[in-house]
Design a protein. Structure first.
Length: 252
């Protein structure tokens, strides 16, 4: 992928969304507010740097770190937004990875690495995850260490570095977390150059037709809109945000 991709991706806003079963379980369904966790014996075995980040609050995802320790969410709707986007992407990701040879994924704007870790659960052998925000990458690295995920499986990189090797392609590319930027034809074209399977593109509802046309013009062979679950986050159910799956001719 061209080095210009990393420059194009700087400054993006984020919102990323079972758990790697050998080390963790999905968090309970109840909502949690953005309050900071108590400092007590529950945190005795956690990395002090992770405890510091948990105390700061404002997490995008309610990570279950121990049976009693969860990351404090940034707000009451964060869990539903995570669940909705994850549920919309999962069937397509599992299908693509089931038949792919390399089973590799590029997650742009990865945030805390929630979807990157889910893709490993769904069958990916290698995920390259990129973000331009140092704090999000710091949290993603702490979580990678906490869950004992090898760096060869989850490769976390800052956007200002060379994101990928020239010409490298992936079975799945995630272009989510910054729907307001998807009318930039350079981003969509760069995603096509990097995709040999499917690309998940999150767009604003009113822009989805235009984004689909950009994807087709960039060389994707088809684009389909993914309907949200009826119990999904309002921004998806009300078409404020939409998820598109763009396919290449190599797609399974």
């Amino acid at each position: 992928m061209p080095r210009s991709w990393a420059r194009d991706w700087r400054g993006l806003a984020t919102r990323s969304t079972e758990i790697r079963t050998r080390t963790r379980r999905r968090e309970p369904e109840r909502e949690e507010g953005p309050q900071a966790p108590a400092q007590d014996a529950r945190w005795a075995h956690l990395d002090p740097r992770l405890v510091e980040e948990l105390s700061a609050g404002g997490w995008d995802h309610g990570w279950r770190l121990t049976p009693t320790a969860h990351a404090p969410l940034r707000g009451p709707t964060a869990r539903q937004e995570t669940w909705t986007l994850e549920g919309m992407i999962e069937p397509f990701a599992r299908d693509q990875l089931a038949l792919a040879e390399e089973r590799s994924v590029l997650d742009l704007n990865c945030g805390e690495g929630w979807l990157a870790q889910r893709l490993l659960d769904w069958g990916a052998r290698r995920v390259v995850a990129i973000d331009d925000r140092s704090r999000h990458l710091h949290r993603a690295r702490l979580l990678r260490a906490h869950f004992a995920i090898p760096e060869t499986e989850l490769d976390l990189r800052p956007a200002e570095s060379a994101a990928t090797e020239s010409g490298e392609t992936f079975d799945i590319v995630l272009l989510v977390g910054a729907p307001e930027r998807m009318l930039d034809d350079r981003l969509v074209s760069s995603a096509r150059e990097t995709t040999r399977g499917i690309c998940a593109i999150e767009s604003l509802g009113g822009d989805s037709v235009a984004v689909a046309k950009l994807a087709l013009a960039a060389g994707f062979t088809s684009v389909e809109r993914v309907p949200p679950p009826l119990q999904g986050a309002p921004r998806y159910v009300l078409d404020e945000h939409e998820l598109l799956i763009a396919r290449t001719e190599e797609a399974a």
